[in-house]
Structures are given as structure tokens and as C-alpha cells.
Design a protein around this ligand. Structure first.
Ligand code: KIV
Length: 267
């Protein structure tokens, strides 16, 4: 069996110029498939709210939802670093509460690290969670739990003031000791600049090709998602079409008594 990837490998990979591959995924069978395919890390993202639970956005996802899906992924991932995503309200209320919540996600979800969204306003949270031995992945740019502040899913860091703010946030997160930072939906030049100025890896999603790694949501990658396709999403396969056609064939065979044939019955 391949050795488990750790947060130390993230640092090493940046130093050696090896790109980091990450997928956001939520279930046991998908975790097994992508782990066996050699993915470096699986984030159990709160995007599970839209992709698994059918919510409009990530705000309805609870800590229990996150724990349940992190457990499933952890059972399937033998090599990849598993990162649990702290959902809305599981942090940002009180340091005591969020440290406990991060601990629960690790203890019950069996992940090896947690992710939370935000810049300078998250520094105390990150320090507290790290103080009990939990590695933290940062997340800046388009942070989906702030959607009501942005007025929709909009590219961030387009003007010089916002660019400056994001660069500053990235440095503050690095100083607070995160092991990496997700950069979501920002111009590629800003993704490149932040990546060059940090010694920790950046993981881009809609942040251009110069980031140290990339993350995509599995439902986007395989063409299963019903969410409007952002510019950065590449469908590597058309799963909706494949399932649709398979089910149509099944229905037809049942209607015509072609399934089950002798091969599929017990003697
Ligand atoms: O929830 C999620 O899947 C994420 C990634 C898109 C980074 O936060």
C-alpha cells in the first residue's frame, strides 16, 4: 500500500515543484475510486450541500452533515490526505466552540486536517484549532459562506484594493500557520502573485495555472452537477448522460421483459 500523504508532503511538493492534486468529494465509493487513481488529497467540501443534499448553497450544511460524509470518505481513502470542511456557524462564534467543533470533525470524521473560509478575521480561530494539534487549510477569494455579502458567486480580487486585501490575507494566514491556502475564483495574475509570495502551497479553483495545486469538485469534474457551470470547470466525462442512457435502457428492458434474462436468475 502507498504511504499516506500528510501535510508535510504538501510543503515538500511545493519546494520540489510537484503540483498537488485535490478533489472535493463526499462518499465512500468515490473516495475509493479517486484514492486508487492516485489523488493526493480529498476535501470533504461543504459543497456537499448542493451536490449531495440539493440545497441552494452551502449555508444549510451542518457539522453533523460534514462529520457523516467525512467518515465515509475517510473509510475509502487509504493514501490521500483527508480534509474535513468546517461548515457555516461551526466557527466564527466563539473560539472554544470552534476548537471543539474542529476536534469533533477530526475525532468522529477521521480526517487529518480541517479547512475554513476567511482571511484576517480567522486568525484567532486558526491559532486555537492548531493549538490542539489540528492542521488547518485556509480558503480565500470567493468564499461561498459569504455569498450573501457578495450578492452572488462573483470573481474576487478584480480591483487593486481587493487584490491588496487578498494578498495581505494570504500572508496573515501563512503567518498563522495554515499548511496551505485554497484560492477560489480570482484572476490568474493574482493567483500567480500570491503563489510566488508564499512559502506554503496554494491550491487553486478558478485561480489559474500558476497555483501549486488544483482542486475541483467531483460532481463538476465528472459532469454530474446541476449547478451552473463556472468558467473554470472542465467536464472530463458526461456522467449525467451516461446514467440517463443506462436507466433508459433498463426501463426499456424491464418493459419488454428482456431483464432479467436467464443469466440473472437463481436456479
Ligand atoms: O466546498 C468545497 O467543495 C470547497 C472547494 C470548492 C474548495 O470549498
Amino acid at each position: 500500500m502507498n504511504k499516506k500523504i500528510t501535510v508535510k508532503d504538501f510543503t515538500r511538493m511545493k519546494e520540489e515543484g510537484e503540483k498537488i492534486s485535490m478533489i472535493s468529494a463526499y462518499t465512500y465509493p468515490i473516495a475509493r475510486i479517486i484514492d486508487e487513481a492516485g489523488i493526493d488529497s480529498i476535501l470533504v467540501g461543504d459543497s456537499l450541500g448542493m451536490n449531495i443534499l440539493g440545497y441552494e448553497n452551502t449555508l444549510n450544511v451542518t457539522l453533523e452533515d460534514s462529520i457523516r460524509h467525512t467518515q465515509a470518505v475517510a473509510r475509502g481513502a487509504k493514501r490521500a490526505l483527508v480534509i474535513g470542511d468546517m461548515p457555516f456557524l461551526s466557527y466564527g462564534v466563539s473560539v472554544e466552540e470552534e476548537t471543539k467543533n474542529a476536534g469533533k470533525l477530526v475525532q468522529e470524521g477521521s480526517c487529518e486536517a480541517v479547512k475554513l473560509e476567511g482571511g484576517k478575521e480567522r486568525i484567532d480561530d486558526i491559532l486555537a484549532i492548531k493549538s490542539i494539534g489540528i492542521p488547518v487549510l485556509g480558503h480565500i477569494g470567493l468564499t461561498p459562506t459569504y455569498i450573501n455579502m457578495y450578492g452572488g458567486y462573483k470573481v474576487q480580487g478584480r480591483d487593486s484594493k481587493d487584490e491588496e486585501r487578498l494578498l495581505k490575507d494570504a500572508k496573515l494566514l501563512e503567518d498563522a500557520g495554515v499548511f496551505g491556502i485554497v484560492l477560489e475564483a480570482i484572476p490568474w495574475k493574482l493567483g500567480k502573485k500570491i503563489t510566488e509570495e508564499l512559502s506554503i502551497p496554494t491550491i487553486g479553483i478558478g485561480a489559474g495555472e500558476f497555483c501549486d495545486g488544483q482542486v475541483l469538485v467531483i460532481d463538476d469534474l465528472i459532469g454530474l452537477s446541476y449547478i451552473t457551470k463556472p468558467k473554470f470547470v472542465k467536464h472530463y466525462v458526461k456522467t449525467q448522460e451516461i446514467i440517463h442512457n443506462a436507466v433508459k435502457t433498463y426501463i426499456e428492458e424491464v418493459k419488454k421483459s428482456k431483464y432479467p434474462s436467464e443469466e440473472y436468475r437463481y436456479d
